[in-house]
Design a protein around this ligand. Structure first.
Ligand code: DAH
Length: 341
């Protein structure tokens, strides 16, 4: 009897069940109505009286072990079952759940495109400060002392006498570049600029510009036109036409504004070009000799051209956006539309 009990204890200890069938086989053998423990209990009658107590206890231990093990196996089989079920629901052929990605802001995308086009023509990129002194924002750029652009309504002054301002244009950077480098200079200067203007659909107190500067021996107005014509065609398509209109800027002489043919209506007339067939995209001109001189560059040896364009203005044109404020309000419903840029 003792050997039988020990053998069954060993069997119980080693028992395993992964399937319902295995579990049922165990149950029939150790728990069911005709189980092996019961069989042994029947045999108690034949055990010598002095051994009965000990055998009885051993049989009880066996019975408990059989039951404990059964509970354990039920748990095992259930766990296995639910693991199998959850596997059944994983469809490995499905595409992975998408991770939402951010997008490039349309102003940044536009700036990147402008940089790319000019870098292919040999222009590098320069950076200048947004908080600027009067010299770099105005005086070195040949602004007369009482020029209207210096007036309070246009400029954010941070300090007076000596004046520190939030730069009103990126032209400050052309001064800094010319002060610090010798020609040949071929650079573009993107950045944020500030003007004390009411915020409306068409004007804002800050926006972005790209300044361009080319200074070397023998740079002519033809170089200016060729460069900007090439830019317009790269940016707005090979069929883009350009026209230059005489204009005035203190820092260039002569000065010109450049229009491109309206690519929205193909010059048939629409509200973007105000039915003229042309839209203005930038100001430009030959660097005024006074400006070269202010930066220590001899205007008798060197000449140059410069240009400046608003990034928002181009982004509005290119992406047909009719309200400048959308670019700085960070409304994701607006920004999402540019996610592929
Ligand atoms: N600084 C001018 C502005 O803010 C833009 C500009 C025009 C820049 C002509 C230039 C230029 O370099 O040559 O309106």
């Amino acid at each position: 009897m003792k050997e039988k009990i020990d053998a069954l204890l060993g069997e119980i200890k080693a028992a395993q069940a992964e399937t319902e069938e295995q579990l049922e086989a165990y149950r029939l053998r150790f728990i069911g109505t005709k189980n092996v423990v019961k069989d042994l209990m029947q045999g108690m009658r034949d055990v010598a009286p002095d051994l009965r107590k000990e055998m009885g206890q051993s049989l009880n231990t066996l019975k408990n072990a059989a039951q404990d093990k059964f509970q354990e196996l039920v748990g095992d089989v259930n766990r296995q079952k639910s693991a199998d079920e959850s596997h059944d629901h994983v469809d490995l052929t499905l595409p992975a759940a998408g991770t939402p990605l951010g997008g490039v802001h349309p102003i940044q995308a536009m700036e990147d495109q402008i940089i790319q086009i000019f870098s292919r023509m040999g222009f590098n990129v320069s950076d200048g400060p947004e908080i600027e002194d009067d010299w770099h924002n105005f005086t070195a750029l040949n602004f007369p002392p009482n020029h209207p652009a210096r007036e309070m309504q246009d400029t954010f002054f941070i300090e007076r006498n000596p004046d520190m301002v939030l730069r009103t244009h990126t032209s400050n950077t052309q001064i800094r570049v010319m002060e610090g480098q010798k020609p040949p200079i071929r650079t573009i200067c993107p950045g944020r600029v500030y003007r004390n203007e009411t915020i409306t659909a068409r004007s804002h107190c800050f926006f972005h510009q790209v300044e361009g500067l080319y200074v070397d021996k023998g740079v002519s107005f033809k170089d200016l036109k060729d460069t900007l014509y090439h830019f317009a065609r790269e940016m707005y398509g090979k069929n883009t036409k350009v026209r230059f209109r005489p204009s005035y800027f203190p820092f260039t002489e002569p000065s010109a504004e450049m229009d491109i043919s309206c690519f929205i209506c193909d010059q048939k007339g629409c509200n973007v070009c105000k039915y003229t067939g042309w839209v203005e995209i930038l100001g430009s001109g030959m660097v005024d000799p006074n400006v070269l001189e202010a930066c220590g560059i001899d205007p008798d040896v060197y000449s140059g051209f410069a240009f400046g364009m608003g990034i928002e203005r181009q982004a509005m044109l290119k992406y047909q956006v009719n309200d400048l404020r959308l670019f700085s309000e960070n409304d994701v419903r607006f920004l999402k539309q540019f996610q592929s840029l």
